[in-house]
Design a protein around this ligand. Sequence first.
Ligand SMILES: [Zn+2]
Length: 79
Amino acid sequence: MRTSFSDLPGGAGHVRNIAEEANLLAALERTLEIVSRCDCGGERADTSCYGCLRNYGNQYCHDVLKRGYVIEFLANLLQ
Ligand SMILES: [Zn+2]
């Protein structure tokens, strides 16, 4: 029986699911869409929020998690 991402804690299964189904590109494109549509940090996009990048698990780095860096990185990666 195949393991789904919901069966494993901490997202490990989610990563495995992406790799197994070769959906990494779609996941990266969806991420770019999410961070591009959010408006936190205004035009400079120099912050993040719970609507785009922040979650409970990454709260240790919320102060340096900036939406603009992710947009720039993914836009370059996916072009
Ligand atoms: Zn945001």
